[in-house]
Design a protein around this ligand. Structure first.
Ligand code: DP6
Length: 357
């Protein structure tokens, strides 16, 4: 029997509260601005990945996601494979007794514990898990920072899924991208009562992918330059302070304003990009009504490149925030009762929630 080497890992989904949108170097996937995210609980949303390699495998690398075969020939996946193999090769060159894993074909098997079709930041968890599973397989002494530099080349937001808790991605200045890496702002235990509610407004695949959407925004939006140069740098500081001080009002305000700013640059793109739909806008109204009723910010919405809402709130406000959404929308099977409960939303239910708020 030929030898088979194998290692597994999981990586969480992260949802940005200061959005990454724009590449200064598309090849190395270097961003035009820094960003910051909250890592979601792995009991809710995560990718589990097993990487194996063997001299007996057929000659090409393979990747299976939720049972279906994926293309691995794209530049992004190839960049991750190449970097990880080079690190393994240096171990093999230094120690002639080390098995020559870098020369064996790779077989990657990934499973998401959430519907991939729902468009919930699956590439972030996916590339983070892929990179760490191969790093484990190759027994690389690489730090999470080093792995984040590699995962960034698979998908920008993936670099933030190598850390838990509150995570920044420093845009960096080096032309080779060596300093464009993720860093932990604070562990989850620093502010453990943070909760995220996910409202699936549409499970359809997004019209405009993040990659092509952000390229068009950089090329055509007149709002974009000031967002990247002034607005985001200021908000990165405000957000890091809000997390350090566990100041939900500041956290919530900056989260909502940055989501609005990102979607404003999408609308300002030519041709315009519409990620939000009527259901998304109804969710914004519900959050506004909740905050008005509370007399302060206790809920904050944010939207990525699609209509689904992520609502952040603190556990003490579970009833006022998630309770209201859930009562009106009904709980989605299997996802109830966990941190970061997800509910499925439709326009009617959200209208009802809004009316009752
Ligand atoms: C709106 O990381 O998916 O979710 O680097 O091209 O793969 P690529 O883009 P991706 O973009 C994420 C954009 C976002 C904001 C964010 O997560 O920061």
């Amino acid at each position: 029997m030929a030898e088979i080497h194998r290692a597994s890992t999981t990586a969480p989904v992260n949802i940005a509260v200061i959005k990454y949108w724009g590449k200064r170097d598309p090849k190395l996937n270097l961003p035009t601005n820094s960003s910051l995210s909250v890592t979601l609980s792995q009991s809710d949303l995560r990718t589990h990945t097993t990487a194996s390699c063997s001299p007996a495998y057929p000659s090409s690398d393979t990747l299976l996601l939720n049972g279906s075969s994926q293309d691995v020939t794209g530049a992004r996946t190839q960049a991750c494979f190449r970097e990880l193999r080079a690190l393994r090769k240096s171990i093999e060159d230094a120690d002639s007794s080390a098995p020559k894993l870098s020369s064996y074909p790779l077989k990657i098997v990934s499973e998401n514990n959430f519907p991939t079709a729902a468009g919930l930041a699956s590439s972030a968890a996916g590339f983070a898990a892929l990179v760490r599973a191969i790093a484990n397989l190759y027994e690389l002494p690489a730090s999470p920072t080093e792995l984040s530099r590699i995962a960034r080349q698979g998908s920008g937001s993936a670099c933030r899924s190598l850390f838990g808790g509150y995570v920044g991605w420093e845009q960096g200045a080096a032309a080779d991208g060596s300093d464009s890496v993720a860093f932990q702002v604070a562990p989850a235990s620093h502010w453990p009562d943070m909760r995220a509610l996910i409202l699936v407004a549409s499970a359809a695949k997004k019209d405009v992918s993040s990659t092509s959407g952000m390229q068009t925004t950089v090329a055509t939006s007149s709002l974009f330059a000031s967002r990247a140069a002034e607005t985001v740098p200021r908000r990165m500081k405000e957000m890091q302070n809000a997390v350090q001080d566990k100041d939900f009002e500041a956290f919530g305000k900056v989260t909502m304003m940055d989501s609005n700013s990102f979607h404003a640059t999408c609308l300002d793109t030519y041709p315009p990009i519409f990620y939000l739909n009527d259901t998304s806008r109804a969710a914004i109204k519900v959050v506004e009504a909740i905050n008005t009723a509370a007399g302060k910010i206790i809920a904050a919405y944010t939207f990525d490149a699609g209509p689904n809402a992520v609502i952040y709130y603190l556990e003490e406000n579970e009833k006022k925030v998630a309770g209201l959404f859930k009562a009106a929308l009904g709980e989605k099977d299997g996802w109830a009762g966990q941190r970061g409960d997800a509910v499925e939303a439709n326009g009617d239910a959200l209208e009802k929630a809004k009316a009752e708020a």
